[in-house]
Design a protein around this ligand. Structure first.
Ligand SMILES: NC(=O)c1ccc[n+]([C@@H]2O[C@H](COP(=O)([O-])OP(=O)(O)OC[C@H]3O[C@@H](n4cnc5c(N)ncnc54)[C@H](O)[C@@H]3O)[C@@H](O)[C@H]2O)c1
Length: 313
């Protein structure tokens, strides 16, 4: 952590699950954070929510001593910020109204990053005076630990600034050239989960075994190498071109057999019962702690590894 980090003053707008994680990461990388949430209870609780997240980040070597101040007004929070991370509820109209207030109060050069999971940049920016200053900067939950951030914004200056900033935080930014609902990672995750639900609904395996098949198989491989580069290796000396010639038809046959489930009451029951069996009585909080411990161990073990697939933006 440098004495004066790139973009030293940041604002966090919306202090729920994702906002608290961002605030912890910004502070742990030495930034001064001004946070705001319309709910006074959220503002009061913020320090307590952030403390354990900062302890986790310290274990990964992020021990910056940035301060987090919960502000009474949005305007106070954004007044001096070079970067504003918006984490309000997933509602386009609400975000548009928020951006109007932010634009009126923030420095002209500030970039606004939106954590939106599935809203389109073109929608949420459509009522802004200077839409170019908005970029989608979508983290993956838990946002303080997971390296991925998906960046989309048609203004090259702000999008590049976003990529640089995210790298300075130790993140792995991936820049999208076009917008898509759900960006990249959640679309990929949705495609995979659709098939997982199909397999559970058809009774091919229990929910726990389907999860295990992913975690112990492709999941582990994908934590190192993305699917395209993995199939490049699957083609031997001839690489992906040879793979496509040799096993492309077999992939196409598999694609045509993939399921397209609906979330009917019966399918929901299979999932809820299956997950209850897999959780084995562990509470959500216990499962979160267990997940975070595993993630921290994996991250500590893979320090500074190259991102799987994808050139740097
Ligand atoms: N939960 C996830 O896994 C996840 C992951 C990545 C991105 N996101 C995105 O992050 C954003 C926030 O999601 P979350 O899960 O933290 O939700 P959350 O419900 O935990 O937090 C939302 C917060 O926004 C506050 N809020 C309500 N109205 C507001 C307003 N007008 N202005 C500012 N804040 C307002 C609420 O009081 C609450 O504290 C959403 O856009 C979501 O799509 C969520």
């Amino acid at each position: 952590v440098t004495a004066r980090p790139f973009l030293p003053v940041v604002a966090v707008v919306g202090c729920g699950l994702v906002g608290a994680s961002w605030a912890a990461l910004f502070a742990a990388t030495g930034r001064t954070v001004f946070a705001w949430d319309p709910d006074p209870e959220r503002r009061r609780a913020l320090a307590g929510r952030i403390a354990p997240l900062r302890r986790q980040l310290r274990r990964l070597g992020l021990a910056g001593r940035g301060r987090v101040t919960a502000c009474e007004t949005l305007e106070d929070a954004v007044r001096d910020a070079g970067w504003i991370q918006e984490n309000a509820p997933e509602n386009a109209t609400l975000k548009q109204e928020l951006f109007a207030r932010i634009e009126a109060a923030a420095p002209r050069a500030a970039t606004i990053g939106s954590s939106t999971s599935a809203l389109l940049w073109s929608d949420i920016s459509s009522t802004m005076h200077k839409p170019g200053r908005l970029v989608v900067a979508h983290p993956f939950n838990p946002a303080h630990l997971m390296p991925l951030v998906e960046i989309y914004g048609p203004d090259d200056v702000h999008a590049r600034k976003a990529v640089r900033f995210m790298r300075a935080l130790g993140k792995v930014p991936v820049r999208m050239r076009k917008e898509a609902p759900g960006h990249l990672a959640n679309r990929l995750a949705s495609a995979l989960w659709r098939e997982a639900v199909h397999l559970a609904a058809e009774g091919v395996a229990d929910v726990a075994d389907i999860d295990a098949a992913l975690v112990a198989g492709p999941g582990l491989r994908w934590s190192v190498i993305g699917p395209h580069l993995a199939y490049h290796l699957g083609g031997g000396e001839g690489g992906i071109a040879a793979y496509l010639d040799h096993l492309g038809p077999s992939q196409e046959r598999r694609w045509s057999s993939l399921g397209s489930p609906t979330l009917s009451p019966d399918v929901k029951a299979v999932l809820v019962d299956g997950v209850a069996a897999e959780a084995g009585g562990r509470s959500i909080a216990e499962l979160e702690r267990w997940r975070d411990e595993k993630l921290i161990a994996a991250l500590a073990g893979s320090r500074r590894k190259a991102p799987a697939g994808g050139k740097r933006a």
